[in-house]
Write a protein that binds this ligand. Structure first.
Ligand code: GLN
Length: 487
């Protein structure tokens, strides 16, 4: 097998036994990027080759000196381009940040520096993480490695595609309404959105602060646990970071679901779900049932209200967060202007794309005096009720199992002209963000066109461990062969 096809824990074992060196792994990934990136276009920025190789040699020296190395040391990884990286261009896939080089690292970026991982580059996304297909990037359209005519999902499409294509062993994405879980399902990799507050958002360029959460894309559940061990934890730089004791997530890698109670919400299996997706997800249910999990039908009655509430909350917060991009503090500045107000107007008109402008306008309206109570406040009330719906189910159940998406990856252009149709892509994922819960997307097969399918597990707040245990048990018993896209 080629070096770019291994998981992080496999590479780690090979490094330990000296079967391979850090520079060999790094070179294999650099070469892989050179050979497939023109097709996949997962990156906004690929890191400088010399920097990558020098770093790899430095890390190898540490291994050679017998130093006790962190678990992910020497592993090539990718960060979504909405996470600040000291000295490296960070664009949020927007023209308005086309020249923004942060003077500091996001907490997650720093965590990985401390691990001595190898940063391969910054991945493409829908501008400001607004979208479900990565078609809203100002720079390029990332392709789905399984079918280059299909979208990789979004908004973290570049992060998902890079891991599926072998350009990075794992990556980080951000998930506000489904942006990790949807692209993970479309690209056939594991993607997890942790509980709100479990991973620091410091240095993550904000979209909707009460919903945004950073999480991993990996090739298997073991790697997901390893990455979670690095990124989960209290951070005093993020006022919403939870100051609790975080578990060692690798302790959840237990092949056992006996007695686990898993709810199947009827609202997620009704109309609109493609037969192939439904069938594949039901096979997961059968597998887990045979292993001793107990399933029951449950109801999350407010599911229909989740998308409308999400779009009001997300757009309101976005309109406020994006007010800082004014042509002065950061990035793009209009060339010609007559006055200060004109500078603001022109920089924002020229710097933001259509979807971002649509949301700023919508959010400004829903926050305006006179409409605040009718829209924003109402949406927050719906949020409370949606959360309660989950709490009620979790009184009797340990986990909830659903599809991630109603269909597999769609084709470029299929939904790009119809924002409402695009918004529907997140119907199975947004409630999890509204309720602040953890959710994971796990590969469970392929459709007749050879496109990946994923299922979703939703856990209780801060109980990523049970979710990981069930996902791991499925993975160990699914009988699915590890497949690679033909690139
Ligand atoms: N697709 C959703 C949106 O456009 C979710 C995006 C996300 O999770 N960042 O808002």
């Amino acid at each position: 097998m080629e070096l770019y096809n291994y998981t992080a824990h496999e590479l780690r074992d090979m490094l330990k036994t000296k079967k391979v060196s850090v520079p060999e792994i790094a070179k294999a990934h650099v070469e892989r990027i050179k050979s497939v990136e023109s097709k996949v276009e997962a990156f906004v920025t690929v890191c400088d080759e010399n920097t990558i190789i020098n770093k790899a040699q430095e890390v190898q020296k540490k291994f050679d000196s017998g130093e006790e190395m962190p678990v992910l040391a020497g592993i090539p990884m990718v960060l979504k381009d909405n996470m600040c990286t000291d000295g490296i261009l960070t664009t949020c896939s927007s023209k308005i940040l086309n020249n923004f080089i942060p003077p500091y690292d996001a907490t997650v970026a720093k965590n990985f520096k401390n691990q001595d991982t190898i940063l391969m580059g910054k991945s493409n996304l829908d501008e400001f993480a607004m979208g479900s297909s990565t078609e809203n990037s100002y720079y390029k359209k990332t392709k789905n490695p399984w079918d280059l005519g299909c979208v990789p999902g979004g908004s973290s499409g570049g992060s998902a595609a890079s891991v599926a294509a072998g350009e990075g062993v794992f990556s980080l994405g951000s998930d506000t309404g489904g942006s990790i879980r949807l692209p993970a399902a479309f690209c056939g990799v594991v993607g997890m959105k942790p509980t709100y507050g479990a991973v620091s958002r410091y240095g993550l360029i904000a979209f909707a602060s009460s919903l945004d959460q950073i999480g991993p894309f990996t090739r298997d559940i073991t790697d997901c646990a390893l990455v979670m061990n690095v990124i989960a934890g209290y951070d005093s730089s993020d006022s919403t970071s939870a100051n609790i004791n975080y578990p060692d997530y690798t302790k959840s890698l237990i092949n056992d679901v006996k007695g686990m109670k898993i709810g199947l919400p009827k609202e997620y299996f009704g109309e609109g779900i493609s037969e192939e997706v439904k069938k594949s997800v039901m096979t997961v249910v059968d597998t887990l049932k045979k292993l001793g999990a107990e399933f029951g039908e449950v109801s999350l009655p407010l599911t229909d209200y989740a998308l409308p509430a999400y779009y009001i909350i997300a757009c309101s917060e976005a309109s406020s967060n994006l007010a800082r991009f004014d042509g002065i503090k950061y990035g793009y500045k209009a060339e010609k202007f007559d006055s200060l107000i004109d500078l603001y107007k022109k920089s924002r008109s020229e710097g933001f794309g259509a979807e971002v402008k649509r949301r700023i306008m919508l959010g400004t309206y829903t926050l305006s005096a006179g409409y605040y109570d009718a829209y924003y406040k109402k949406a927050l009330q719906v949020k409370t009720l949606i959360k309660k719906g989950f709490d009620d189910v979790f009184e009797k159940y340990d986990l909830i199992l659903t599809p991630v998406s109603t269909t597999t990856a769609f084709r470029f252009g299929e939904k790009a002209d119809n924002p409402l149709e695009m918004y529907l892509s997140d119907i199975c994922t947004v409630s999890v963000n509204i309720a602040g819960l953890p959710g994971i997307s796990v590969p469970c097969g392929f459709d007749s066109k050879g496109l990946p399918i994923g299922f979703q597990l939703i856990g209780k707040a801060f109980d990523e461990s049970t979710m990981l245990q069930a996902a791991y048990t499925y993975e160990q018993n699914s009988g699915i062969q590890r497949r690679k896209p033909n690139l």
